[in-house]
Every structure is written in C-alpha cells, then in structure tokens.
Design a protein around this ligand. Structure first.
Ligand code: CMC
Length: 428
C-alpha cells in the first residue's frame, strides 16, 4: 500500500498521508482534509476513527491479541503482579529491582487518606452506588491537593499524584462499600499486598482478627492485571478528552470512572450476574433468553457478549473462564450461575445470529462469577474494574499530556432548523 491515499471531493482529488503503526496497522490522516476541501468526516461512535497514536497497548481484535507495552496479557497474568504491570504501563518498561521496590514502597506509604474524606463519605446516603461515590472521592482529591490543578507541574510532581492515586484507590473503593452497608471504615494495613490490603479494608471487622485468604488475594491481583488497560475504549477516551483541556489528572480519571459505569462498558460485569440470576429465577431456560437477545423488538441483550474490537475471541475472557473454574474449585464454592453461564456460552457459540455477528464472551462474562466467589458484592464489581483500569487511565493521560495533544473537540453535521425569527409567546 502506498503511503498516501486519495479521495475525490466534488471532482477535486485530494491526497492524504497514510501513517503506519509498529504492528503495520494503517490509518489515513485526515487532519488537514477540511482545510483542503471544506469537508469533514463523520463516524458516530468512532467505529472507524483513531483518535491518537499510542505506544501503550496493542490489540488485534481479529486475532484476539492483547499486549501491554509489547508483553502478552497471557504472560503478564501468569508471571507478573498488578503493581509491576502498573509500573510497566505508566513508565513504559518493566521496572528494575530498585525501581519496583521504590514504587511499591512509596505506594504503600500513601494508602491513608485525609480524615476529612470520611466527612464527604458520610454525606452520601447509604443507597449510593459505590461507583458514584468512588468517582466523587477521586475528584475530591483536587481539593486536598490543589497543586494538582497546575497543568505545568514538573514530572516529579505528576509522579507524586500518580502514586497517591494508585495508593488511595483501594481505600476509596473499600470505603464506598463500607458506607453502603453502614459499617465503620477500616484503615489500610501496609503490611499487606495491594490486593490483600483492599480485601482487608473491605471485609475485616475492626473488633476481630482477619486473615486474608491468599487464594482470594492472588485471584484478585490477576483480575486487576487483566483489566489494567485496553487502549482507546470509552472510559480511556473520556480520560484523554477531559485531560486534553488540561483538567487535572484526578478530574480526568473521575470522569473515566463515570464512563466505565454504564452497562455497555464496565457496568456489564454487574449486569451479567443480574442477568444470570434472572435466568435462574425464571427456571433456567437459556433458550428463551437467547431468543430474547436475538429479537430486535426486545431491548434485552446477552450481557457479557460482543465487543467493539474483538471479533474472534476476547483473550481476557479465555483467561478468566479458566480462572473462574480454578478459583471456585480452590475455594470449594459451587455456583449454579456458572453452569448457566457455560450453557449460554455454548449455545451462543453455535447460534448463527451470534456467529454471523462475531459475538463472543467478553471479559465481563465470567469476571462477575469470580468476584462473587471472592465474596465481592454485585454492585462493587464495576468498582473492581475501575481499580484494575486505573494504571491504564493514568498511562494514557500521561502520554496524552507528554505528546502535547490538542484539546479534543470533534465537529458535527448540523441537522436542525435553518435560521428563523423569534416569535413572541402571545403569537405562538
Ligand atoms: N446480544 C445480542 N445482540 C448483540 C449483542 C449482545 N450482547 N452485542 C451486539 N449485538 C448485535 C447488535 O444488535 C447488532 O446487530 P445488528 O447488526 O442486527 O443490528 C450487532 O450485534 C452489532 O452490535 P453493535 O451494537 O453495533 O456493536 P458495537 O460495537 O456498537 O457494541 C458492545 C459493542 C460491547 C456495546 C455490544 O456488543 C454490547 O452491547 N454487548 C453487551 C454489553 C457488554 O457485555 N459490554 C461489555 C464490553 S467488554 C468490557 C469493556 O471493555 O467495556
């Protein structure tokens, strides 16, 4: 393929550059098209539009490949841990021993949050969904660290904000749950690993000893790795667009948490379990629910199925399906919805509707089943996703700022009324 493309607008040929990525993927650069022709492109939902170049995550949806900074998700999930993967995503290389120890130690020192955070927390009704609480607490960090609002801070100062956010995220997450159930919050225990500290803050009763089960902590750590980045998805694009106005990192990531919340994105993990529970309560007739999913007059979709980018299989789903089996066996948990999930998957994979549309289980199809086995309540599932996605959002925000990307500001094709005169109320 030549490194230019030509389009013809009203009889005038316009040559546009074609850029190539490191995995040979190609893109027509249309940034100067409007200047040359007065025309813009339109692509609702950005289905065919690259918003940026990025060196963080590579994803091939046809082949089911996902790599962070060149390392395969399978290898990282097996051999690495969440904080090492966080370092890799944010700083671009696997840390040396010294870099890793320093990173982990500094994070461990910053897990405590300002006592006034509790006052904010207490202002939320207990019915508040923990995702809304989490996004509010993250945004509130701009008040505790107002220097983070300065868009021209040094890289050391940005690094400190990064450390603070990774360190405090499990505290905010666990506290959002404690607020919901009306229990006193637990303070971080810095002798624990990242995942174990979170679990202890979630489940410990301050009056009793609490031992974190290493099987549970390991499974959670693996789930966090699998969610850590996914290139320009809805929440990450949100983080980049909000950050492109030079809003602070805390404000940008708070916006990403809100974008993740919806059931078509991270909220699907909660929706999957609710769907499986409904199917179970309805007698477990998976065929009936498959028919609903295929009926265009029925708004029901098979949650946890389909993906904007993966059209073969989601490599995260493969790992998670196996992990779900392992974790349930190790913990001695038998969950009837796992059988319903497997039955649905088998039917969908053999159903022409799903096959033709290349709809496969995604990361959220089995993750909820593991979270449940780990004792995580259903409406905390998306909070788990947010904890995992945090280093990806940070890496993408940092890359966007370091590349000095312009403010994100799409155009539109206006379809409203032409100019008309105002008519006074009495004459309408
Ligand atoms: N159940 C039934 N039909 C579906 C489903 C589904 N889960 N997903 C897509 N379709 C159909 C859709 O109706 C359309 O059919 P047709 O061509 O006849 O109009 C076709 O498949 C293409 O779907 P689309 O909505 O145009 O595809 P998209 O790329 O815009 O949407 C998606 C991708 C993930 C939003 C969608 O597949 C979906 O809603 N899935 C269920 C929600 C879900 O599991 N989300 C989690 C995504 S993975 C976690 C993450 O990274 O966010």
């Amino acid at each position: 393929m030549s490194n230019t493309a030509e389009i013809n607008v009203g009889g005038k040929a316009i040559e546009l550059p074609v850029i190539e990525g490191s995995e040979n993927e190609q893109a027509i650069d249309i940034s100067k098209l409007r200047g040359q022709s007065g025309i813009i492109t339109i692509d609702p939902g950005f289905k065919n539009t690259g918003s940026t170049t990025s060196a963080i995550t590579f994803l091939d949806g046809e082949k089911g490949i996902l790599r962070y900074r060149g390392y395969s998700i399978e290898e990282l999930a097996e051999k690495s841990n969440f904080l090492e993967v966080s370092y890799l995503l944010i700083y671009g290389h696997l840390p040396s021993n010294e870099e890793y120890n320093n990173f982990v130690e500094t994070i461990t020192k910053h897990t405590l949050v300002h006592e006034d955070v509790k006052k904010i927390l207490e202002g939320f009704p207990s019915a508040a969904h923990p995702m809304g609480v989490l996004s509010s607490l993250v945004c509130a960090q701009t008040a505790f660290y107002p220097e983070s609002l300065d868009p021209n801070r040094s890289s050391d100062e940005v690094d400190l904000s990064i450390i603070r956010l990774i360190a405090k995220m499990p505290t905010f997450a666990a506290w959002s749950y404690k607020n919901q159930i009306g229990h006193p919050v637990n303070y971080p225990d810095n002798k624990q690993s990242y995942a174990a500290n979170f679990l202890k803050m979630m489940f410990a009763n301050p009056a009793e000893d609490y031992e974190v089960d290493p099987v549970v902590a390991d499974a959670l750590d693996k789930l966090l790795i699998l969610h850590a980045d996914h290139e320009q998805n809805c929440s990450t694009s949100t983080v980049r667009v909000v950050g492109s106005s030079h809003a602070s990192m805390y404000a940008s990531i708070s916006a990403g948490i809100n974008a993740l919340w919806g059931p078509l994105h991270g909220g699907a993990n909660q929706a999957v379990i609710e769907m499986l529970e409904n199917i179970k309560a309805d007698g477990g007739d998976t065929k009936k629910w498959m028919a609903k999913a295929k009926d265009k007059d029925d708004p029901f979709r098979l949650m946890g199925f389909g993906h904007r980018v993966y059209k073969n299989f989601d490599p995260r789903a493969k790992i998670i399906k196996k992990a779900a089996d392992d974790v349930l066996t190790k913990l001695g948990v038998s969950d009837p919805v796992l059988d319903i999930a497997k039955g649905l998957e088998e039917e969908a994979l053999n159903d022409p509707y799903f096959v033709e549309r290349k709809l496969y289980p995604n990361v959220d199809f089995y993750s909820g089943i593991i979270y449940r086995a780990l004792g995580i309540p259903t409406d905390m599932f998306t909070v788990m996703f947010a904890m995992g996605r945090l280093p990806g959002w940070i890496a993408q925000w940092k890359e966007m700022r370091e590349n000095k990307e312009p403010i994100g500001r799409p155009r539109q094709v206006y379809t409203g009324s032409k100019e008309r005169s105002y008519v006074s109320m009495s004459e309408r």
